[in-house]
Design a protein around this ligand. Structure first.
Ligand SMILES: Cc1cc2nc3c(=O)[nH]c(=O)nc-3n(C[C@H](O)[C@H](O)[C@H](O)COP(=O)(O)OP(=O)(O)OC[C@H]3O[C@@H](n4cnc5c(N)ncnc54)[C@H](O)[C@@H]3O)c2cc1C
Length: 485
């Protein structure tokens, strides 16, 4: 039987950062469903929010975060996140990351406080964390390892059963502490900028272990994704483009956002997603950067320019078609400020966790920060309990009966996943109605899910719809149609 001290499920920024904070305490095993490339962070553009200038104040970042989350966030968790940001920043610098000298402005932030290494900051952070993880003697990474069920014994979590590659049987991995770092759930929807692995698995693992997710109705859609998916994934143009002056226009090139909201391009993501979705019923919507100085565009967004070229887009010559896509789940598995869930032995970090910092909608550039702050908090908490964990003997001798799972043909799995995506996108998307939510619940329940991957999707979708139904009023990114934009 495989054994480890710390089992981390997920190899995105959250999982990798947690691993680095735990490496001194014992053996760390990271499971990742696909390959190491399958993390969101490869496409992250925006940056990392942190109060580091003398003009800025923690209080302002706290208020901006609360405001963006429609005052639904937890002030204590937000304060913890904001006040630990400088430490996270120093941690990243100690790993060799070098940030630009000046912070950037970002939609929703009342001060310039978004720090970038390049126009793909998330990717830079991911790559640097990975480099250090791969150098570590106490961390191992197991790729193509799908965590399917948590191991529960004596009312605590003792690791997880995983499916390696195409094998039919599940293998137990016994651990003293298990950490969910499985990311978001965007790929439950038809359109998302999330990577393939982001299907809410961590939520399903937790629910099957008796935990209830929280705030699952708050799904944020990103308004400005390129309307041409690559490998089914959508490329989002970060807020930086709109802050830089990009206009949202119709096919005639007319900027129309001000007709709806005087903040126009600088309105929050939720508002813009609703407007753009509505306007798309009249025809395509575009992002217009044709009047940008080509040199400035290239020097500010070199990586974006490079990535769009092979797709045939020259941003200074043609408008780019855009569409809102699922971007971020503000809810998740509830944890305390040490990242612990209610199930002893199980913690959660990153997008899968519910720390309460995002409230009813995410403030851009706060999510990488949340991941990194709470990864460190888990490290600290585990350090405190290390003497206890070191003494504790976890039974790795008694054979465990692995759960039997049904594995269907890829095309069947794809067809059911598509059905779930259609239901969620048409009924539980940017604009919701009580009738659609009721129908969605019925339709999701009726899907004859046999394959374990479809059962997982069905369960997470069910929890999301249930949460939407439980909140009949609009709040943040949960928008009920009876209200006006
Ligand atoms: C396009 C895009 C741009 C973004 N830009 C920014 C930004 O600029 N600033 C910011 O702060 N935030 C940004 N975000 C949000 C931020 O990237 C995410 O919140 C963050 O990456 C979440 O990190 P994570 O480690 O929790 O999850 P992820 O990075 O998604 O990693 C999850 C990992 O879990 C693995 N996994 C999932 N299920 C299983 C399973 N069953 N078994 C084993 N492994 C599993 C996956 O394979 C993956 O390795 C962006 C997100 C996207 C999609």
């Amino acid at each position: 039987m495989r054994t480890t001290d710390y089992l981390i499920i997920g190899s995105g920024v959250s999982g990798l950062a947690t691993a680095l904070h735990l490496q001194a305490l014992g053996k760390v095993t990271i499971l990742t469903k696909g390959t190491l490339k399958g993390a969101n962070d490869y496409w992250d553009q925006g940056g990392l929010a942190a109060v580091l200038t003398k003009e800025d104040r923690f209080k302002k970042h706290i208020e901006d975060t609360l405001e963006a989350g429609a005052l639904h966030g937890n002030r204590d968790s937000i304060r913890t996140m904001v006040e630990h940001a400088p430490k996270v920043f120093r941690f990243l610098e100690s790993l060799g990351l070098s940030f630009k000298k000046e912070p950037f402005a970002e939609v929703g932030h009342t001060e310039k406080r978004v720090w970038r290494t390049s126009d793909f900051t998330g990717q830079d952070i991911f790559v640097q964390l990975l480099k250090h993880v791969q150098k570590s003697k106490s961390i191992e990474i197991l790729e193509n390892a799908d965590a399917v069920e948590l191991i529960e014994r004596n009312e605590r979590c003792d690791g997880a059963f995983a499916r390696f590659g195409d094998k039919a049987e599940l293998e137990p991995i016994i651990a003293k502490q298990t950490i969910l770092a499985t990311g978001g759930l965007g790929r439950l929807f038809e359109r998302s900028d999330n990577p393939r692995g982001a299907a809410g698995d961590g939520i399903a693992l937790a629910v099957n272990a008796g935990l209830e997710p929280q705030d699952m109705e708050f799904i944020q859609f990103h308004p400005t994704a390129l309307a041409l998916p690559q490998d089914e994934r959508y490329f989002t143009f970060s807020e930086a483009f709109r802050v830089f002056g990009a206009k949202v226009v119709d096919a005639q090139g007319r900027a129309f956002l001000e007709d709806y909201d005087k903040r126009a391009e600088l309105a929050p993501r939720d508002v813009l997603s609703r407007i753009i979705q509505l306007e798309r019923t009249n025809g395509n919507v575009f992002l217009d950067m044709r009047y940008f100085n080509p040199k400035e565009l290239k020097s500010n967004f070199p990586e974006v320019v490079k990535r769009l070229k092979p797709l045939g887009f020259d941003l200074t010559k043609s408008m780019v078609p855009i569409v809102p896509v699922e971007h971020f789940c503000c809810g998740g598995v509830p944890v305390n400020l040490q990242g612990e869930t209610k199930l002893p032995g199980l913690s959660a970090v990153g997008e899968v966790a519910y720390t309460g910092v995002h409230g009813a909608s995410l403030l851009p550039s706060n999510s990488l920060l949340e991941s990194l702050v709470f990864a460190e908090a888990i490290g600290k908490a585990m350090e405190r309990r290390h003497p206890l964990d070191r003494e504790r003997v976890v039974d790795s001798q008694t054979p465990l009966a692995a759960p039997q799972v049904v594995v269907e043909e890829a095309h069947q799995v794809k067809a059911y996943a598509l059905r779930i995506a259609q239901i969620l996108s048409s009924r539980v998307g940017i604009v919701r109605t009580p009738e659609n939510l009721r129908l969605a619940l019925k339709e999701i329940t009726e899907i004859p899910a046999r394959d374990y991957r479809i059962q997982r999707r069905q369960l997470v979708a069910y929890k999301m719809i249930q949460a939407c139904i439980a909140r009949p009023e609009s709040l943040g990114c949960h928008y009920m149609a009876k209200d006006i934009i």
